[in-house]
Design a protein around this ligand. Structure first.
Ligand SMILES: Nc1ncnc2c1ncn2[C@@H]1O[C@H](COP(=O)(O)OP(=O)(O)OP(=O)(O)O)[C@@H](O)[C@H]1O
Ligand SMILES: [Mg+2]
Length: 291
């Protein structure tokens, strides 16, 4: 279990984190979301030991993360960390050796990762000559090279085309299935919703909510949607919410607790074509909790 507990961090007067905690279990993919400047990168840098928190701890399986254990974590930094002039295969080999792999294990890891990340034919290309998406793949290869027990990825999907997103998702899901704990930050909420087991939402240096998306949905304000055809105006008066009319079809989206009263009123007014609770999207949950 990768765990950060009650992290606090200030840069001079600027408080970046004030009590951030999160837990990622082996095999779990957790999305880390929050507005620009909310504190995601700072949290990840502290987990990776690149920043020292003013207060709080980060641990793996209950033991505080030290240098030795951090070598077992795979990290994709926000600022990226590749050597632009180094060739792809050299680069991955270099980081593999740095992580303590033997020369032959490093070579095996390079050919495996080049295949998994569709970098075939680019082994001898300098990183600076690659497109952004391919540089990102190399960056991921570096994060994966030493068979990490956990992955900490800072916006790994930013700038990727949909095909590259899919192949990255596949790689992450395969690692998670092998028991790797995956934490990644992203602003792509639909993607986060699609692939994550759980989501942590940070706002202004504080964790506002964390849990499986289904659980976040259950906590969110539920909205009832009613569609009525051929009704007189006025049936929806008295119910809070949005009311729209399109030709003879009227739609009410309301947060009322008394769904039966809404239904009775709608049935009396016209033909009820739709009546049900809406599933809030992660984007809606995000707006609600961050507002
Ligand atoms: N080295 C630093 N010196 C001063 N302030 C910093 C430093 N690093 C981060 N901050 C501040 O801490 C806050 C959190 O920044 P952080 O980079 O963690 O946000 P983030 O959630 O990663 O944002 P983004 O989505 O834009 O990447 C911001 O207000 C930022 O300006
Ligand atoms: Mg960031």
């Amino acid at each position: 279990m990768l765990e950060a507990k009650d992290l606090h961090k200030a840069f001079g007067e600027k408080v970046a984190l004030s009590g951030v905690s999160l837990k990622v279990a082996p095999g779990e993919i957790m999305g880390f979301v929050g507005a620009n400047g909310a504190g995601k990168t700072t949290t990840m840098r502290i987990i990776m030991g690149l920043l020292t928190p003013d207060l709080g701890t980060s641990s793996w399986n209950g033991a505080p993360l030290n240098l030795q254990q951090r070598r077992r974590l795979g990290y994709m930094p926000e600022e990226r960390g590749l050597y632009p002039k180094m060739k792809v295969a050299e680069q991955i080999t270099y980081f593999a050796r740095l992580r303590g792999l033997s020369a032959s294990d490093a070579a095996a890891a390079v050919s495996r990762l080049v295949g998994q990340l569709s970098l075939e034919g680019k082994e001898n290309t300098a990183v600076e000559a690659l497109s952004l998406g391919n540089q990102q793949r190399v960056q991921l290869a570096v994060a994966l090279v030493a068979d990490p027990v956990a992955l900490v990825l800072d916006e790994p999907f930013s700038g990727l085309d949909p095909i590259a997103v899919d192949s990255l998702v596949e790689v992450l899901q395969a690692r998670a299935a092998e028991g790797v704990a995956v934490l990644f930050s992203s602003h792509q909420l639909e993607l986060v919703e699609r692939i994550c087991d759980s989501v942590s939402i940070i706002s202004a240096g504080q964790m506002v909510t964390s849990g499986p998306v289904t659980q976040l949905r259950a906590q969110a304000e539920r909205k009832l949607k009613v569609v009525v055809r051929g009704a007189e105006n006025g049936w929806a008066q008295g119910f809070d919410g949005d009311f729209t009319t399109d030709a003879d079809v009227q739609t009410l989206i309301t947060v009322t607790a008394d769904d039966q009263a809404v239904l009775r009123s709608a049935l009396q007014a016209g033909r009820v074509e739709q009546f049900g609770w809406l599933q809030p999207s992660l984007a809606e949950i995000f707006r609600e909790v961050v507002a």
